[in-house]
Design a protein around this ligand. Structure first.
Ligand code: BEZ
Ligand code: FE2
Length: 407
């Protein structure tokens, strides 16, 4: 047994002073430092130092590692120019993305205190590095393909990738999962099969949804930039589904919808009623000209959301603190302290619940995944800790996964 203590601990009941945690792979006991020192005289004691805050390990629910080679190649400003640039540079970027680069990007996440991430994979190429890193990975095998002629073959390939992610060693900490690329890019027949598979196996399920105005226009009326795009690259001019039909396809399986920036109130209400959640990627949304997700509406609907980085195809870093700071600035009408608290919750307990993980909070029986943040000074009030953590942190000062000290 080991014992860790910091100046403050982020608990389900707020930031608490003078707590300690006894753990092995899991959190065994939480009590005052004095009590635990007495009860566990043989436990090795680690104090995280002045101005330290002990958090559960952070969770980035949505990232694409396979686009890690992009820095300046893709064009930002509008979804339309971005999508065109992806088509142009896609092969080049995928070619340039090797295991060394992807590994570096997982290390960047780890350095910012991310102990678990949800990796969306279209080819399965990331699985090898994901099995060799200390983090937990929810491995979202992505289903993509709007052309009915290829649907069976694509579904078969998807099943093979699912199998590969199921067959990893236990130590690899991989959770197999299902990702539906989007309403415009997946044939409804295979979409239904993939949702059924996720429901049967109780796998996490995610789908990009209503990211851009162009997507909305295409799904509503078959018009706009997607019409040009589909005519040019797929020789079709009709969408494979519409907004309502796509939403209904997920009724039986709580889904982590990515973006939803362009969802209307009634659509958000429907998603909330069915127990779904949202991954909010503020920097990606800003760079692709997609708009602002109205997180205040999610609060009214009691719909859980996470803050996630998305991939480097629409971002400049995978540092979760960069993303939290962007969210803090983007939602400028929200009270600062309250928003900061929500943001921290979104990458800890809310994210863990959404992905079905036994992590994300400092409670007995949870996995011993910890991220220690050291502030430059201690805020006057515990109410300010979440905000000051978001403002001042570039890197975690310590990271533990399954009780093992990684940083
Ligand atoms: C497809 O594979 O059908 C597809 C991929 C990306 C965008 C749109 C469609
Ligand atoms: Fe994404």
């Amino acid at each position: 047994m080991k014992l860790i203590t910091a100046d403050y601990t982020y608990t389900p009941h707020g930031f608490k002073k003078n707590l300690a945690i006894v753990y092995d792979q899991k959190i065994r006991t939480i009590d005052t430092f004095e009590n635990l020192k007495r009860k566990y005289p043989d436990a090795g004691i680690a104090y995280s130092g002045a101005n330290s805050i002990l958090y559960p390990g952070f969770i980035n629910t949505h990232v694409h590692l396979e686009f890690s080679a992009n820095t300046t190649a893709l064009q930002y400003g509008s979804f339309r120019t971005w999508l065109d640039s992806v088509i142009e540079k896609r092969d080049e970027l995928l070619q340039a993305c090797d295991n060394t680069l992807m590994q570096q990007k997982t290390e960047e996440m780890l350095a910012s205190g991310v102990t678990t991430f949800g990796a969306v994979s279209s080819f399965g190429a990331e699985l090898e590095i994901c099995t060799g890193i200390p983090q937990r990975v929810v491995f979202f095998n992505e289903l993509i393909g709007s052309n009915a002629a290829y649907a069976d073959a694509l579904y078969h390939d998807f099943l093979e990738r699912i199998k590969a992610s199921e067959n990893c060693d236990r130590e690899a900490r991989i959770t197999p999962a299902v990702a539906i690329h989007s309403p415009y890019s997946v044939q409804p027949v295979i979409l239904d099969k993939a949702v059924q598979l996720a429901a049967q196996k109780n796998y996490p399920l995610s789908a990009h949804f209503l990211e851009s105005q162009a997507e909305r226009e295409w799904l509503e009326s078959g018009e706009g930039h997607f019409l040009t795009f589909f005519k040019k690259y797929f020789n079709t001019s009709t969408p494979v589904t519409n907004i309502e039909a796509f939403m209904h396809a997920f009724d039986a399986c709580p889904t982590h919808f990515i973006h939803c920036v362009q969802a209307k109130n009634e659509e958000l209400a429907y998603l909330a009623e069915k127990g779904h959640s949202i991954a909010h990627c503020p920097r990606s949304n800003r760079l692709l000209g997609c708009g602002r997700l109205a997180i205040e509406k999610l609060g009214e609907l009691e719909m859980p959301f996470t803050v996630a980085t998305d991939g480097l195809s629409s971002n400049w870093s995978l540092n979760i603190f960069d993303e939290l700071r962007a969210a803090l600035m983007m939602h400028h009408a929200e009270p600062l302290q309250k928003l900061s608290g929500q943001l921290i919750k979104s990458i800890t307990s809310d994210a863990a619940k959404i992905l079905g993980l036994n992590t994300g909070s400092i409670e007995e029986g949870k996995e011993a995944d910890f991220t220690v943040v050291t502030l430059p000074d201690m805020p006057n009030s515990a109410e300010d800790i979440a905000l000051q953590t978001i403002l001042h942190t570039q890197k975690a000062s310590e990271v533990y996964i399954g009780g093992e000290k990684i940083i």
